[in-house]
Design a protein around this ligand. Sequence first.
Ligand code: PMT
Length: 404
Amino acid sequence: MRVLLGVCGGIAAYKAAELVRALRGAGHEVRCALTRSAESFVTPLTLEVLSTERVYRQEYLQPTETGEELHVELAAWAEAICVVPATAHTIGRLAHGLADDFLTTTVLAFDGPIIVAPAMHSIMWMQPAVQSNAELLRKRGVAIVGPVIGELASGGSGVGRLVDLTVLLDVIERSQGSGELAGLTVLVTAGPTHEAIDPVRFLSNRSSGKMGFALAAEAARRGARSVLVAGPVELPTPAGVERIDVVSAAEMHEAVERRAARADLIIMVAAVGDFRVSSTAHRKLEKSELSGGLSLQQTPDILKGLAESAPGALRVGFAAETENLEAGACRKLEQKDAAFIIANDVSRSDIGFGQNENEVLVFSRDAEPQLIPKASKDAIARSLFDILGPAVLAHGAALSRVAS
Ligand code: PMT
């Protein structure tokens, strides 16, 4: 495969040199184009030696031997373009179709898969302007890979670190499909369950399914096979999503277990009923028969069980808490053996159950909790996939390293 690496001026630029080696080691041809500021971080000579190809700087006005303009010739040569590290400035220029240097001009002349790997301080990455530029690119089919949570060059930690190079290599190699999650299966559960008491009454909760449906839609948008196990809700099926409707916790359990072993990422958003009645009546019960109370049985913990039935999948749970958000989320991370727990405060009336907006805290084993501030559930789903997407790719890469 012929890969053009667009290198921008950020501290992670030295990793582009490592990526050149990794790509060449995997048998690919690599050429590099540097922005002007990239040269302050990595020398053209380094990239030239590693790639054994000429490095493109700002010479786009020079004529070529074939008479073709250089940026057009290079764009025709490339089968994929990967911009790494992508700065906020270059993301903005790409999003708005600006062509004020050789790299952006070449990207505009290119008609193929574009991968953008941002790296910057978390405050910069979370700026609405940067987020909306990244989203514009994503909507046009550009694979935005990362950034991930971790230590930052400027000190402290947060979201902003360049994604692991093995992940990037994997995305580049799969880029002939479309979307950064092409080839992966994402299984999402959504909505409540109904635990029947008799033919007309049931135990349930206030989940509308909106959060889970938004995540399933986002997984499909990013190129994954998106499978949605939905409790009883009235929502339309998002484009590109395979939907399986269930009613009870037992049905949801069975539907998830049947598909879990083939999933790369499982996100349990459903508010699964924790209890069902010990024996469901086949006729409508009289009030007098109910006044003595209900005998309840605990339902199986679906997420916890996945550690055994889907050990290879990246498993993610949600935590619906009304107090002690952090303590509850950390406990669930351990008890349910999940890689991530996404906690939301369901005592608030403006987010969570039934609302169009949410605000979540992302808990994982190796990083500080990350707040995703209040936004529409679609926007929360996008931000979550900015974290979960690279994580599932890294998880897959780690598994294949263990297997080989
Ligand atoms: O559907 P919406 O109206 O959009 O609302 C979204 C939401 C508030 C339902 C969602 O954001 C959310 O918090 N979902 C998790 C609800 C929940 O059941 O939380 P929990 O803390 O009780 O459970 C923790 C985790 O265990 C969850 O991933 C849950 O799916 C899972 N679980 C729970 C019980 C059970 N028997 N099996 C499970 O797998």
